[in-house]
Design a protein around this ligand. Structure first.
Ligand code: IVH
Length: 683
């Protein structure tokens, strides 16, 4: 791999990891397994180790994912709220122990615990009273969910016993037991709502409800496992025992171990025994128990060096491979999908599973009729992870052939550099891609028009639509020609189209366009940053990269999309149909900072991410470098001397945090609200 190829691959992995992290933490709806995420992250880390010049501070290898939601007030964590290094083999646990041994001069022990599969929480007790509960957020600031946490029955509002520090934080997990989960999903099904895919998503979604009474009804529980800071304890287990004596919910499934053999025994025991627990666990956590040893080992930017998580393997079953279909997706990617003899896996019957791509098929050397291992990571589409060679019959010689042409339109498939998938390049002529793009356009998170795949199939088959813009020229006469359509359904469809055109904000319209790598968050960021489609369309790749979280791959994809004449034509037609291509000042924020470009430099009382959020929420643009286009340099403590010099040279106004906050509507500043509420809580 050349340096240039590595750079492209790093940017691609970053974009994919960001999107998957958002789906996990913000949407509570992951689409890949934790294992696949970790493998992708490992690959990114390996490439960044090879080419450290491409490692950026915002890389998923450098910072934890963020679950911040703007509906909540954010407060800073007293100590950063980090993640844990994941391992999948006892060998990696041994490596962890060996590394610790090398640094530590004195003997030490291990605290082995369960890894609870929920959503993390940090509780702050002052003078024995619960004053604040924060989610992990981005690790630096978290969402304030105190009123919801107060309704979780096993979280004490007041501590009992004695000896608690005057002011301390204790961290743990919010879980939804299986019984509450089943009940909640039944209720949701009755109400016609989408069920939660697993208890983790349900716990996270429920903790972040704006209605505390409803959050309280969800049957959440808490278990606590970490007290950061120094409070006079000598070991982690001593601190947790003390916490238990103050009435805090601490797990009694902890065990002090002294050797790898004992750790392995603990892991093996819980790998089977966990199925008897009333809530979900996804592994074990092994922590160095002595606090002096923890201190000596310290932290990386993401993890403590004194702990490691061993993740249990996903449940796997054997079944027979009957045939393989090759599916073309909205982006033209061709995915092999296996048809299986039905088999029960983690409570559901599985009949289809993905084989990912041609390389995976070749690697497995798979044959039709093979017995294959199928795995599922909770909510995710099951996948084939291996074959059982001992069950292969001498007759099973049919080696499936990956198609050379698109199964849908017959165009020869191409494989782009650095992509694992084969693609149909006939973007604007391949029926599946055209239909897929229109289905995406109409989808709930995009234009939200009442129409499903079947409608799009019919409209396509009749030759009525070839692009999204064609939807807006459909007549009642045409729609009445569709099989099974009556006047009422025609009216409903046309009404829904009109209503959506009138009410869907620019950011959703932008997402609906289906630009490669532009997911919901990116669309939102682009919309807020550029304000309207014409400014976005005219942006250079460099200007696109100025937007928070947008790297080379997304910038190039957006830039190229707007350089395709058919796309410009499509936008012109959609504009004529009345869709919104401009941020509405009333949406989400206001336009107080409209037209202002702000560069941030130095340290502030809130995270830089939060500052960027505020700038974009109020219609401003955040840029990385000072130029003649800069309106303000927002300078904090230790602001970059180069930036300050450049600002002085160009006559750019330098403002501090207080001045910036004073420009925003009252109540926008998280800190200002913090002190007021603290006072209320204490009296
Ligand atoms: S200790 C400084 N202990 O797993 C690190 N974390 O995948 C403190 N988790 O972010 C965390 N069970 O939310 C710790 N027994 C346990 C845990 C645990 C679950 C969660 C936690 C962490 C995540 C990492």
């Amino acid at each position: 791999m050349t340096k240039e190829q590595a750079h492209i691959e790093i940017e691609r992995l970053k974009a994919e990891l960001w999107e998957n992290s958002r789906l996990y933490y913000v949407e509570n709806a992951p689409v890949i397994s934790d294992y696949d995420y970790d493998q992708m992250l490992k690959r990114l880390e390996a490439l960044e180790d090879m080419y450290p010049e491409f490692r950026t501070p915002d890389s998923p290898s450098q910072k934890v994912g963020s679950d911040i939601r703007k509906e909540f007030v954010q407060y800073p964590h007293r100590y950063p709220m980090l993640s844990l290094q994941n391992t999948y083999s006892i060998g990696e646990v041994e490596d962890f122990a060996a590394r610790a041994q090398k640094t530590l001069e004195e003997g030490f022990s291990y605290s082995c615990e369960l890894k609870f599969d929920g959503t993390s929480i940090s509780l702050n007790y002052r003078n024995g009273v619960l004053v604040r509960a924060l989610t992990r957020g981005d690790g630096v600031v978290g969402d304030d969910v105190t009123s919801n946490a107060r309704r979780i029955t096993n979280i004490p509002l007041r501590l009992k016993g004695e000896g608690w520090p005057d002011d301390f934080e204790i961290r743990g997990e919010i879980l939804m037991p299986y019984t509450s989960f089943d009940r909640l999903n039944e209720e949701r099904a009755d109400a016609g709502e989408e069920p939660f895919a697993n208890p983790r998503n349900a716990a996270s979604g429920s903790l972040k409800l704006l209605d505390s009474a409803e959050a309280g009804r969800r049957g959440l529980i808490c278990t606590l496992y970490h007290i950061p800071g120094e409070h006079g304890f000598t070991s982690h287990s001593q601190a947790l025992d003390a916490a238990a004596s103050w009435g805090l919910p601490v797990s009694d499934k902890r065990k002090i171990c002294h050797s790898i053999a004992e750790i392995e025994e603990y892991i093996n025991y819980w790998d089977t025994e966990r199925h008897t627990l009333p809530f979900a666990t996804d592994g074990c956590v092994i922590k160095i128990n002595e606090l002096s040893a923890q201190k000596a080992l310290g932290f990386t930017s993401k993890f403590p060096r004194w702990a490691v998580a061993y993740k249990f393997k996903a449940e796997s079953v054997l079944t027979e491979l009957l045939s393989i279909d090759y599916q073309v997706g909205r982006t033209g990617a061709v995915t092999p999908v296996a048809n299986l003899a039905p088999v029960l896996l983690s409570g559901t019957t599985v009949k289809r599973a993905t084989l990912n791509n041609a390389d995976q098929m070749a690697l497995l050397d798979i044959r039709i009729g093979d017995w294959v291992y199928v795995e599922k990571g909770g909510e995710i589409i099951p996948k084939i992870t291996g074959i059982e060679e001992s069950k292969r019959s001498p007759g099973s010689t049919t080696v499936p052939r990956f198609p050379e042409v698109c199964p849908d339109c017959g165009t020869p498939l191409v494989r782009r550099e650095n992509e694992a998938k084969w693609f149909c390049p006939n973007e604007d002529g391949c029926p599946t891609q055209i239909k897929g793009k229109i289905v995406h356009f109409l989808g709930r998170k995009a234009m939200n028009v009442i129409a499903g795949d079947a409608t799009v199939d019919q409209l396509y088959a009749m030759g009525f639509v070839r692009t999204a813009a064609d939807l807006y020229t459909l007549s009642s006469e045409q729609l009445l020609q569709l099989d099974g359509w009556k006047e009422r359904s025609v009216l409903r469809f046309l009404d829904s189209l009109r209503e959506s055109a009138e009410s869907t904000p620019f950011e959703k319209v932008l997402f609906a366009l289906g630009i490669r790598y532009v997911g919901e968050t990116t669309a939102k960021q682009l919309a807020r940053h550029f304000g309207d489609i014409d400014t976005l369309a005219a942006a250079s790749e460099e200007e696109l990269r100025d937007v928070a979280d947008i790297g080379d791959v997304i910038a190039r994809s957006v830039y190229e999309w707007f350089r395709t004449p058919a796309h410009i034509d499509e936008i012109a037609r959609l504009k004529m149909a009345g869709l919104h291509f401009k941020v509405d000042a009333k949406e989400g924020g206001s336009d107080i900072l409209q037209g202002r470009t702000i560069v941030i430099s130095g340290n502030f009382s809130i995270s830089r991410e939060s500052l960027k959020e505020l700038i974009e929420r109020y219609g401003g643009r955040n840029s990385g470098s000072v130029s003649s286009k800069t309106t303000y340099l927002l300078a904090g403590e230790k602001a970059g001397p180069e930036k300050l010099r450049k600002a002085a040279q160009l006559g750019v106004e330098v403002i501090d945090e207080a001045r910036f906050m004073s420009m925003l509507p009252e109540g926008s500043a998280p800190q200002a609200q913090a002190s007021k509420e603290e006072d209320l809580l204490l009296f």
